[in-house]
Design a protein around this ligand. Structure first.
Ligand code: C2E
Ligand code: MG
Ligand code: MG
Ligand code: MG
Length: 276
């Protein structure tokens, strides 16, 4: 196979192109090899306090540095990893790597705050996540309260059976956050039953913040909701000073986005405050 995959593959996987089952299988094979060959690495993006500029945590975001295809974005390969089941091994790799890296910083006397790791629906349902998290905490020495697992809202709405799994994760002492909040149509009744610590406002609402209108109202409402439920609220995808200004005026205290830093390789992370 490998021979035929060279240049042709690049054309096959043009962004935005609907992937046929065959293309998906090729990508799946390549991803499996990538996992074995250590081509999957974590980049890290800071989560920043808007009042002090301090870095409160880092989110680990997986990157595939493919020798043939270059840097492949998670938007392309995470869905394939999900359908094929590879996400379970991939997720374990990311979790372990992120916790190890956290402890490397910690041992160097740096304070990375918290480490946030994305967890997919399939991983949650795999039946092995709680044991994995427990094992990784033990083998790395990572303090459980410094680990935050991010779960997208869409998934939390779909599957009611995961609440006991979330409770088991909470019992390990880790934190849980709802990713892409506002896009998954979760009911407030549902939210009340979830043992979560944080809401991450989806970047689609942050994008329109600078203009008067619905996005400002939505962000204000999420901040109020989080506040009254005792949840932290973080805004994703902050790119401009003007968005930052609006978030602060709406009472949102924590943010993440290109304005502060893109996701970068571990060696390029600066844990200094992003503004004085
Ligand atoms: P997410 O968890 O909501 O991560 C935020 C995404 O927004 C990241 O894209 C990040 O690079 C991007 N981003 C951050 N700041 C800005 C900004 O200011 N402007 C814009 N336009 N984008 C910004 P990325 O790294 O491509 O990841 C996309 C999605 O893939 C993630 O969304 C997450 O759902 C998934 N993902 C990434 N890594 C993992 C992983 O290790 N495991 C799982 N299961 N999913 C992952
Ligand atoms: Mg996330
Ligand atoms: Mg998100
Ligand atoms: Mg997302």
């Amino acid at each position: 196979h490998a021979k035929g995959e060279g240049r042709g593959t690049v054309t096959v996987f043009e962004p935005g192109m609907a992937e046929s089952r065959r293309d998906e299988l090729i990508l799946e094979g390549a991803l499996k090899r990538a996992l074995d060959n250590g081509e999957l690495v974590c980049h890290y993006q800071p989560q920043v306090s808007l009042s002090t500029g301090r870095i409160l945590g880092l989110e680990a975001l997986v990157r595939w540095q493919s020798p043939e295809m270059g840097l492949v974005s998670p938007g392309r390969f995470i869905p394939v990893a999900e359908t094929s089941g590879l996400i379970v091994a991939l997720g374990a790799h990311v979790l372990r790597e992120a916790c190890r890296q956290y402890m490397r910083w910690f041992d160097q006397g740096a304070n990375p705050g918290r480490m946030a790791v994305n967890v997919s629906g399939r991983q949650l349902r795999s039946g092995s996540l709680v044991a994995l998290v427990k094992a990784v905490l033990e083998e790395t020495g990572m303090p459980p309260e410094s680990l935050e697992l991010e779960i997208t809202e869409t998934f939390l709405v779909e599957d009611l059976a995961i609440v006991p799994i979330l409770s088991d994760l909470k019992a390990l002492g880790v934190r849980l956050s709802i990713d892409d909040f506002g896009t998954g149509h979760s009911s407030l009744a549902r939210l009340k039953d979830l043992p979560v610590d944080k809401l991450k406002i989806d970047q689609s609402f942050v994008r329109g913040l600078s203009e008067e209108g619905d996005d400002q109202a939505i962000v204000r409402a999420i901040v109020a909701l989080g506040g009254s439920m005792g949840l932290d609220v973080l805004a994703e995808g902050v790119e401009t000073e003007s968005q930052r200004h609006f978030l602060q005026s709406l009472g949102c205290e924590v943010a993440q986005g290109y304005l502060f830093s893109r996701p970068v390789a571990a060696g390029d992370v600066s844990l200094q405050a992003v503004f004085p």
